[in-house]
Design a protein. Structure first.
Length: 186
């Protein structure tokens, strides 16, 4: 449910809290996360009525890619990853929109995939991203609460991880490469 009404008076503070800002703190209509609610460019002409019912969310389509990982210590283990990843030495699948405009700093999604190694779902964004500003990641019809994920910073990436070796996350991408899945963050 959006903090921004669909009619009547609208305040800049309502827009600010919708994008995860703290009520009563400094904000401007030209802030990237505020503009991202209605997809406006910096410095564009804007009217408050354009924000009626605007909700902080990001939506895209993943074309499912596949890569088989390998880990060898004394013996080798193999695992399957499905989804989209454009970091490190892997580059598989595709994502129709990688910029999450409504989050502060407009981070880029560099990975959203299910890893068979530890049966985990991983969402990875560039830069330092606060563990706030959104509540739910939905892939197809499967939803994951942000508060159920482990949030951490690894080098230049921020990650959310659902599941573990003892508690498996659902592979919402399936195992069909080139299939498409809708993805939203809200």
């Amino acid at each position: 449910m959006s903090d921004i009404p669909t009619s009547g008076a609208i305040s800049l503070n309502q827009m600010h809290t919708e994008v995860g800002g703290t009520s009563g703190t400094q904000v401007s209509m030209n802030d990237s996360d505020i503009r991202g609610l209605i997809s406006k460019a910096s410095g564009a002409t804007m009217s408050f009525n354009e924000w009626y019912g605007a909700a902080a969310n990001w939506a895209a389509t993943v074309t499912v890619g596949y890569v088989q990982g390998e880990m060898c210590i004394k013996t080798c283990s193999y695992w399957d990853n499905y989804g989209y990843q454009a970091i490190t030495d892997a580059n598989y699948g595709s994502l129709s929109d990688t910029s999450v405009e409504y989050l502060s700093g407009t981070p880029t999604i560099v990975g959203i995939f299910w890893s068979g190694l530890a049966t985990q779902l991983i969402l990875s964004m560039s830069g330092t991203v606060a563990n706030s500003g959104w509540t739910t990641l939905t892939i197809g019809s499967t939803s994951y609460a942000r508060t159920d994920a482990l949030h951490n910073q690894t080098g230049t990436y921020t990650n959310w991880t659902w599941g573990s070796v003892t508690s498996a996350a659902t592979n919402a991408f399936g195992t069909t490469t080139s299939a498409t899945k809708s993805v939203t963050i809200q």
